[in-house]
Design a protein around this ligand. Structure first.
Ligand code: ADP
Ligand code: MG
Length: 355
């Protein structure tokens, strides 16, 4: 690991997390008695220069985590420590400075780019607001940012609606880079793009990470994309992290039934040497006033009565591998049994396998 990158000129030691999330909660008030537990007590470290993938079904709280980290919304409780400083304790001026360090790239850059401004103006604004360079160097810096994001200079005179989705996302990336950030939350950055364009954007993000020593939280419901870009992966279910591990470990040896089911639904991923999909039974429970005990209980094919009462929380069960399933040692065994049974069933019914 290179200890002499720009980032480490600041205060970090290589082994210290850049972002430390501690017992973070975000409850949205629904009415006087009801709260929607969008993020419900998550703790997580994000290491410098890593890409932490955050996956889970729609509505499980991924974007809310990103919005809390970048302070787009206030927290209910908990802490986020960025480079040793508590984010929630910062005053307005300190937060303004901190904003340079942490940026966000959104799913739909179209809605986050002002339609009435040229790309040049869109890139100029953060540079001026944060006094990132003097007037004489503005144009040079704008061209440099466009180039870094893979855009040719002619694009600077265009308006967002004149660009295709991929180029618009490149503008979103150029804008995020304007303030020399260290940490970028990428919230479904390729979900609305064609597959061919997705690869371009993912490769761009990976190149930029290497060149600039960036750290990413990469939020996506697409596990193939997450597998490609992430160093580690956190799996989220109903406001909680249920599993966290290195990417290869998580994809090869998932230790939470929910991860097993998610992974089995990804095409081309060879889980347990079969390509059969575990179809989850039951509905996603409501995040409004959730019950105690394991939140996956109602949909879990291997749940026992104790899971209903007992929530172990996320804990490290193998080095660097965290799961909240109390029956994790049986997960793999049962998962393959389930797959085998399903296979038999499908052969019996003469059904085509669901890939
Ligand atoms: N401003 C809000 N007010 C009320 N509920 C919200 C708000 N934002 C998000 N939610 C709810 O919080 C939960 C998590 O949402 P979100 O973080 O957007 O999920 P994801 O990004 O994983 O799809 C969902 O049930 C969503 O409806
Ligand atoms: Mg989202």
């Amino acid at each position: 690991m290179n200890e002499n990158t720009d980032m480490n000129e600041k205060t970090l030691l290589p082994e210290e997390p850049l972002v430390r999330i501690q017992n973070l909660k975000k409850y949205f008030k629904i009415d006087n008695k009801k709260y929607l537990h969008a993020v419900d007590d998550i703790s997580l470290d994000i290491m410098p220069r890593e890409t932490l993938g955050l996956v889970g079904e729609s509505g499980c709280g991924k974007s809310t985590v990103g919005n809390l980290l970048t302070r787009l919304i206030p927290e209910t409780s908990g802490e986020v420590i960025f480079d040793g400083k508590s984010l929630f304790q910062l005053n307005k001026d300190e937060m303004m400075k901190m904003r340079r360090e942490m940026q966000m790239i959104f799913q739909d850059p179209y809605s986050s780019l002002s339609p009435r401004k040229t790309i040049r103006k869109i890139l100029k604004e953060p540079l001026e607001l944060h006094q990132m360079c003097d007037k004489d160097n503005l144009e040079t810096r704008i061209i440099e940012l466009a180039e870094m994001a893979g855009l040719e200079p002619y694009v600077l005179d265009k308006y967002p609606h004149e660009l295709d989705g991929g180029k618009r996302q490149m503008v979103g990336i150029a804008r995020a880079l304007a303030l020399n950030p260290r940490f970028i939350v990428c919230d479904e950055p390729v979900s609305s793009l064609d597959v061919s364009v997705q690869a371009t954007i993912i490769n761009l993000l990976m190149d930029l990470q290497e060149k600039m020593g960036l750290t990413y939280l990469f939020v996506s419901h697409d596990l193939s994309v997450v597998r490609h870009i992430s160093t580690r992966v956190a799996v989220m279910y109903l406001g909680q992290i249920v599993e966290l591990a290195g990417t290869d470990t998580l994809f090869g040896n998932p230790l939470h039934p929910y991860s097993v089911a998610l992974l089995s639904a990804v095409p081309k991923i060879d889980f347990g040497k079969t390509s059969h999909r575990i179809v989850l039974e039951g509905d996603v429970p409501s995040p409004v006033n959730p019950v105690s005990g394991c939140r996956f209980f109602g949909r879990c094919w291997m749940a026992s009565e104790k899971c209903k009462e007992h929530d172990t929380g996320l804990r490290e069960v193998e080095p660097g591998h965290f799961t909240s399933c109390s029956c994790y040692d049986e997960v793999k065994k049962r998962a393959s049994e389930k797959l085998r049974n399903q296979e038999k069933e499908e052969v019996k019914n003469g059904k085509e396998s669901v890939r």
